[in-house]
Design a protein around this ligand. Structure first.
Ligand code: NAD
Ligand code: MG
Length: 339
């Protein structure tokens, strides 16, 4: 079994007298900053002067500085800006201001795993990654709970990287749920694989195929939406709560029989696994990362055209209309961020 840490293993006082700079104030940034502050940690924010988040962080009562200034003032620098811009910001604003013995932290390993950021050997480098969206990290914390999190110590220059990392995760509430020790390589590769093969790539295409099959056969798009998209959440909630067996217990025996006979027909195992292994290989050997970095450097033509295509898809058009008439349309808990 992999190593797990809980609150009893963490000593929040390891952050006493230290300044934590949260770089970025988006989904993860606002949650880490507010949770740490509520845990008694001295937090400042680093942002672009003309960016949208600056006034938001100020309104929330934080001292806000440029990324360079915040880095200079801090003992722990947590990078919570978009992964695609981290390398540039690190090179220009963080690296020149990061003195030996300080700690550099991430919530995702992409830039370390694919060597877009190469920290000098005299600083601590760790990853403190909640396995959930930032808004959940905040709402769970205020409810007295926490989001399960990952800790990876990539460089332990001072001998204190574990203490700092565990204290940080206690401060954001992760230790209440459990901290799994991992490496930034493992986190990055499994995270990319999960989102590509199952969570985002696999799931969206599965729903889209189901939706299209029904409307191409002449059924009402509203019906196709309820069946193939809306109900996914209800099923996933049951699995999340009690596993597949508990889900099967809640659905009808007819649905369960259909699961056994038709699941393997729509998702041929051997072929799907072969394809999934190819996806994993591209993640492991850096092909996916290289393509994504190039896509960003070349203006995102493919990315933007796909995003537009999704927006125009009938399942999105009909879904938008149906959701607007649902009672919970104003749920503030919705988080549009990925991961
Ligand atoms: P986000 O897009 O919600 O927020 C990004 C923030 O960075 C914004 O405040 C933006 O103003 C700021 N920013 C952007 N460019 C900047 C620049 N050049 N200089 C200074 N500030 C800049 O991002 P996020 O989803 O919170 O992701 C942050 C990190 O957390 C990423 O490494 C991501 O992989 C990781 N992560 C995200 C989630 C999630 O669910 N959102 C979960 C786990 C880990
Ligand atoms: Mg993920």
């Amino acid at each position: 079994m992999a190593k797990m840490y809980y609150e009893k293993d963490c000593d929040l006082s390891k952050l006493d007298g230290k300044v934590v700079a949260i770089i970025g104030y988006g989904s993860q940034g606002h949650a880490h900053a507010q949770n740490l502050r509520d845990s008694g940690v001295n937090v400042i924010i680093g942002l672009r002067k003309n960016g949208n988040s600056w006034p938001v962080a100020e309104k929330d009562g934080f001292e806000v500085y440029t990324v360079a200034e915040a880095t200079k003032k801090a003992d722990v620098v947590m990078i919570l800006i978009n992964d695609e811009v981290q390398a540039q910001v690190y090179k220009n604003e963080i690296e020149p201001n990061l003195a030996a013995g300080k700690a550099l932290a991430f919530a995702h390993g992409f830039n370390i795993r694919y060597q877009q950021i190469k920290p000098s050997a005299d600083i601590d480098v760790f990853m403190a990654a909640p396995k959930g969206p930032g808004h959940t990290v905040r709402s769970q914390y205020t409810a007295g709970k926490g989001v399960p999190s990952l800790l990876a110590v990539e460089q332990d220059a001072t001998g204190k990287a574990y203490d700092i990392g565990l204290a940080y995760l206690a401060g954001i509430g992760g230790a209440r749920a459990g901290i799994l020790e991992t490496t930034m390589n493992e986190e990055t590769e499994t995270d990319l694989f999960g989102e590509q093969a199952v969570l985002c790539g696999g799931l969206v295409d599965l729903m889209r195929c189901g939706f299209e099959t029904l409307i191409e056969a002449g059924y009402a798009p509203e019906n196709a939406y309820f069946e193939c998209i809306h109900e996914v959440k209800l099923i996933v909630d049951l699995i999340n709560k009690g596993g597949v067996a508990a889900m099967n217990y809640s659905i009808s025996d007819t649905a369960e029989y259909g699961e056994y006979v038709s699941g393997p027909r729509v998702l041929p195992y051997e072929e799907t696994k072969k394809n999934m292994k190819a996806v994993l290989t591209d993640i492991q050997n850096g092909v996916f990362a290289g393509n994504w970095i190039a896509e960003n450097n070349n203006g995102r033509a493919f990315f933007n055209s796909k995003r537009m295509e999704v927006k125009r898809h009938p399942m999105e058009v009909v879904g938008k209309e149906l959701r607007e008439n649902m009672l919970w349309k104003n749920d503030s808990d919705l988080d549009t961020a990925s991961n």
